[in-house]
Design a protein around this ligand. Structure first.
Ligand SMILES: [Zn+2]
Length: 294
């Protein structure tokens, strides 16, 4: 029990250290600067940040959210992303390695590693798209490459490539149609390429669900951002964060969502057309069975 807790603690620490690296990526990739050199410094006074000021979460707490040299405020986003990365690492570890009945082998560790890459890329893309309304190509290409390795082990690779292509073509069509209807860019090329990365990782069934979910999530996100006055009505609200969140939900709860939805749909239809409760439960069982196999 204690050893299990210790393992999760170590996973959390490594996850948050990687989260600290994600912060560097979010800050530097859109500026076109190197993500490995030079070491981090305060953006205001340029003083180099020493190792003790760079401990995930803790440094922010004991520096009280201020630079040790010039006292300028450090964004709350840094510890937030470090904490989130730590928690998501523990989540994936529990899901993939902790829940496995087998003794973890190379295959399972590779799976864990690639899913960490997937989720961390979603975080970096979300934040960069939120700040700059761009999704850097190199992140998408890296994601597609990781997704190809991943689906080689998990799904049928040709079907995953088809899912990536299909999702891209769909968003490209939305882009063309959006420009035609609104006479301005409604969907960026970054989103179109991002969809390919999601498709390759998620496979056909889950990417379709992610695409469907991304639209209501996008609306909710836009309303939420305006309510919190983080964006105004005049701002361009990026779609990447909604796609990323929809992909995350679909990847880890997609089967439950589909299952729930089919039950709901069947009950609704059966309620309208069939009055016998026996038929209704029979039909939902049959549909659930079908959904589980699909
Ligand atoms: Zn400073």
């Amino acid at each position: 029990m204690i050893s299990q807790f210790f393992v999760l603690f170590v996973v959390f620490v490594y996850g948050s250290l990687l989260g600290s690296f994600l912060n560097v990526c979010i800050y530097r990739i859109p500026k076109g600067s190197s993500i490995v050199f030079p070491p981090s410094s305060c953006p205001v006074c340029k003083t180099k940040i020493s190792w003790w000021q760079n401990i995930p979460i803790f440094s922010y707490l004991f520096l009280l959210g201020k630079c040790a040299s010039c006292g300028s405020r450090i964004s709350f986003r840094y510890p937030l992303i470090e904490g989130l990365s730590g928690i998501l690492s523990v989540f994936l570890w529990e899901r993939i390695i902790g829940n496995s009945s087998q003794i973890p082998d190379f295959h399972i560790f590779l799976l864990f590693f690639l899913e960490v890459v997937f989720v961390f890329l979603l975080i970096v893309i979300t934040m960069i798209d939120f700040d700059y309304q761009i999704i850097p190509d190199e992140l998408v290409y890296f994601g597609v490459a990781a997704g190809v390795i991943y689906s080689f082990f998990i799904h049928d690779l040709p079907f995953s490539l088809l899912a990536g292509l299909g999702a891209s073509v769909f968003f490209y069509a939305v882009r063309v149609l959006g420009e035609f209807v609104f006479l301005k860019e409604a969907m960026g090329m970054g989103d179109v390429k991002f969809a390919a990365f999601l498709g390759v990782f998620l496979g056909i069934k889950k990417v379709i669900l992610a695409v469907i979910l991304s639209f209501p999530i996008g609306v909710a996100l836009a309303l939420g951002l305006m309510a919190l006055s983080l964006k105004s009505r005049k701002d361009y609200i990026p779609f990447g964060p909604a796609m990323a969140f929809a992909a995350f939900l679909s990847a880890y709860w997609g089967n439950q969502i589909l299952h729930w939805y089919l039950h709901f749909a069947v009950r609704l239809l059966a309620g309208v057309f069939v009055h016998s409760f026996a038929d209704l439960s029979q039909a939902s069982v049959w549909f659930a069975h079908f959904a589980a196999r699909a």
